[in-house]
Design a protein around this ligand. Structure first.
Ligand SMILES: Nc1ncnc2c1ncn2[C@@H]1O[C@H](COP(=O)(O)OP(=O)(O)O)[C@@H](O)[C@H]1O
Ligand SMILES: O=C(O)C1=C[C@@H](OP(=O)(O)O)[C@@H](O)[C@H](O)C1
Ligand SMILES: [Mg+2]
Length: 311
């Protein structure tokens, strides 16, 4: 890694992080009207250590910091320096925590620039077709293509769009720009897709759920289906395709796959529908997918004024 002074790992950056952390503790203590002595007493941390922390000299442990945040009755995250955060962020965050689902939907409309159109207009514009989500080997590409052929909609692979738009393969993008760069390009590619006025079956990348805004856009623009399978099947299918990259042939690979699946499951489960492809052939799974999607497409496409294009 480079040793430039402004890289996140550099000593200067560490020092300014600690300095800002200390300033935040001091400011919050002031806001709460607590003397250093009182904060020391309530948190059970010595006054001398708090003085060090506030002057940016104490490299505090996470457990001690938690005690400070408890004593200040402040969320731990408010003590941490966080770059270019909006000044109103704490207010927005607290309002969101208290908001009803309807209020949250309105807030999202406003923040994403749809506010003036109103909720109805947003929904009328939002239906772009069916999106398939799930871990590698779920069958997003295979079943997505079959479904699109069947209903006569365009079939789009989000990863292929990203590759075309950037003139690089997914592997090259990740090697050159890292996960963060890839996720930025994924978001840009999705935004471009949503500008198209055609209905489509979209096969997403397995990791799309890891970017909150991108995934939210998928959920609100497509009838989204999670293609589910057993961990062993994901592994066998990916290996069957001759692709061993993210699941290299070692004993830890299966455990890694389980961990990824487990951590993503609550997010995949936010889809409108779930198709369990376990122990099914491709044809059986495709038939189930078509059956599952057809009534919904008719209903949604009609509601969205796209009757002619529905199945
Ligand atoms: N029931 C099933 N559903 C989907 N794919 C299946 C099924 N059984 C076996 N397969 C095979 O698993 C692989 C799925 O790969 P793919 O469609 O590329 O998944 P993804 O795009 O989700 O990574 C294909 O080779 C397909 O033939
Ligand atoms: O699961 C993941 O984290 C990824 C899955 C890939 O997509 P597929 O699911 O289409 O293979 C691709 O987006 C990237 O390599 C990351
Ligand atoms: Mg695929």
């Amino acid at each position: 890694m480079s040793a430039l002074p402004d890289t996140p790992d550099s000593p200067d950056s560490d020092a300014s992080f600690l300095l800002e952390l200390g300033q935040r503790v001091r400011t919050l203590r002031g806001l709460r009207g607590m003397s250093r002595k009182v904060l020391a007493k309530v948190s059970g941390i010595s006054e001398r250590y708090i003085a060090q922390l506030e002057s940016g000299k104490g490299n505090v442990s996470i457990m001690l910091l938690r005690r400070v945040s408890d004593a200040l009755a402040t969320p731990l995250e408010d003590l941490l320096p966080s770059g270019d955060q909006a000044i109103d962020w704490p207010v927005i965050r607290d309002l969101v925590r208290r908001a009803t689902p309807v209020q949250i939907a309105h807030a999202k409309d406003v923040l994403s620039g749809m506010g003036r159109l109103g909720a109805g207009a947003r929904r009328a514009n939002a239906f772009h077709g069916v999106a398939l989500i799930g871990l590698r080997g779920a069958g997003k590409s295979t079943l997505g293509r079959i479904l699109a052929d069947k209903i006569g909609w365009a079939f789009v692979e989000l990863n292929k769009e990203i590759e075309q738009q950037n003139g690089l393969s997914v592997a090259e993008i990740i090697a050159l720009y890292g996960q963060e760069g890839f996720r930025r390009m994924e978001q840009a590619a999705l935004t471009q897709l949503l500008a198209r006025k055609e209905l489509m079956v979209l096969a997403t990348g397995g990791g799309i759920v890891s970017e909150a805004i991108t995934f939210d856009q998928i959920l609100s623009s497509f009838y989204t289906i999670w293609l589910k399978a057993e961990p062993e099947e994901h592994m066998a299918r990916v290996r069957g395709q001759g692709d061993l990259r993210p699941m290299a042939d070692d004993r830890a690979a299966m455990q890694e796959l389980r961990t990824i699946l487990q951590s993503r499951e609550p997010l995949y489960a936010r889809a409108s529908g779930v198709l369990d492809t376990a122990h099914l052939t491709v044809d059986e799974a495709a038939a189930k997918l078509i059956a599952m999607v057809s009534p919904v497409l008719c209903r949604d496409a009609c509601a969205f004024g796209l009757k002619d294009e529905a199945v």
